[in-house]
Design a binder for this molecule. Structure first.
Ligand code: AMP
Length: 404
């Protein structure tokens, strides 16, 4: 039974999934799990594909102090108890820098190059690289693939890739990279099946989850994104502010006595829906709340999606379709209905019944452009990339690399 392990490592959790490799390169998800509470209250939880619980175990803090230890616990559980020996591991890596415009098979040289991008994503890149290093050390023959959140956006034109700052900084890596690329790539690949008429045309995709951004797709490629140098820009998110005048950062530094690291924590953890509402970063809680500040946070979220849709509509010189995806985009009929109202100037109308039942096509028959809900699947995208690099790599039978 050939399987692929997909790993998404953050600062306090390692999420993992197992995909079974079936005939003709088809993949079937088998297990979803995570080790969370790293360094505080570590816990391994995993479920089978139908939601059946497979593990739920608490560990003492010293047993899982860091990401490599969490990867070790998850790997040992898969190998020793489930007898799962993956033929390859695919990793979500936030930053591929200017160099990587596609996934890459990992070796020590690649890790050294990815290490150079730690300064571009200091809160994420080191945690993404930690399990790569530990697997490389423990299982050097096991193929690993890095899949980047930035890679899908490397097709942007020079004007979309630059800031209006001296060009040397662009050469140094200060560019408008864009993120959520694995999600947008998945949507771009799904559209020919979901909506063949518009798959090659101009499509605005709104990835609305705890992180949120929007992307303009043309002929299935990214031409513009609301995110830039970091995953802070663009739309307001659960705990990040989205677009903010850099002068606010200068004010926090000079007038509020905050250090650069205070500001970093503030921008990643205390702003967005959480900061504005003072209640929660979770859209479900805000929707259920009667509080005026919860309403303001939702109004702001919807308003900024509308404004950014205008920007991406200009990049596309008029979009041919609009797609909602990710946690909020896939599940909140209320937010979709409200965004739909903000898109009225584009001739968008939604069918309330189709919208409430989370149908695939939710626009009304009189809508000038169709509006879709397309569930995203970044982990499947990583598994597909991993399998295809494994199949195409110029080396011996991958089974020889199996972990034993
Ligand atoms: P993601 O990051 O894509 O997993 O999305 C997570 C976010 O989706 C959560 O923080 C929730 O705010 C939001 N979400 C999930 N389900 C719903 C729902 N039924 N209604 C509103 N928001 C939801």
């Amino acid at each position: 039974m050939d399987t692929i392990l997909v790993v998404n490592a953050g600062s306090s959790s390692v999420k993992f999934q197992i995909f079974l490799v079936e005939g003709e390169g088809r993949l079937r998800r088998q297990i979803k799990g995570q080790v969370d509470g790293i360094g505080s209250r570590p816990r391994l939880r995993a479920r089978g594909v139908s939601g059946d619980p497979l593990a739920d175990r608490a560990y003492p803090i010293e047993a899982i102090p860091d990401v490599p230890a969490a990867m070790g616990i998850a790997g040992a559980w898969l190998r020793d108890e489930l007898r799962i020996h993956p033929i390859a591991v695919g990793h979500r890596v936030v930053h591929g820098g200017p160099d990587f415009d596609r996934p890459v098979l990992i070796d020590h040289g690649v890790v050294a190059r990815l290490d150079r991008f730690v300064s571009l994503a200091p809160l994420h890149q080191p945690h993404n690289l930690a399990p790569i290093r530990s697997i490389l050390a423990g299982f050097p023959a096991l193929p690993q693939v890095a899949c980047f959140d930035t890679a899908f956006h490397r097709t942007h034109s020079a004007v979309a890739d630059h800031y209006a700052i001296p060009r040397q900084l662009h050469a140094d890596g200060v560019r408008r990279y864009g993120f959520h690329g694995l999600s947008y790539e998945y949507i771009a690949r799904a559209l020919p099946q979901v909506a063949p008429d518009i798959a090659k045309r101009g499509v605005i995709v709104a990835h609305l989850g705890s992180g949120a951004s929007m992307c303009a797709l043309k002929e299935g490629r990214s031409v513009e994104s609301t995110m830039g140098f970091t995953a802070l820009d663009g739309l307001p998110m659960g705990t990040r502010p989205g677009q903010i005048d850099p002068g606010v950062v200068l004010y926090l530094l000079s007038e509020k006595g905050m250090s650069a690291s205070d500001v970093q924590k503030f921008l990643y953890r205390d702003c967005g829906l959480k900061g504005l509402s003072g209640i929660s970063n979770d859209m479900r809680e805000l929707e259920a709340s009667e509080d005026a500040n919860a309403r303001l946070a939702i109004d702001y979220f919807v308003y900024r999606i509308g404004l950014n849709a205008g920007m991406l509509a200009a990049a596309l010189q008029g979009p041919d379709a609009f797609v909602f995806t990710a946690g909020i985009g896939e599940n909140s009929a209320t937010i979709r209905a409200r965004v739909g109202e903000h898109l009225g100037w584009l001739g968008v109308t939604l069918d309330p019944a189709e919208n409430s039942r989370h149908a695939s096509l939710i626009s009304g028959p009189d809508s000038l452009i169709p509006v879709y809900v397309v569930p995203t699947d970044e982990e499947l995208m990583i598994a597909q990339h991993t399998l295809s690099l494994l199949i195409n790599r110029p080396s011996p039978n991958p089974k020889q690399a199996r972990v034993s």
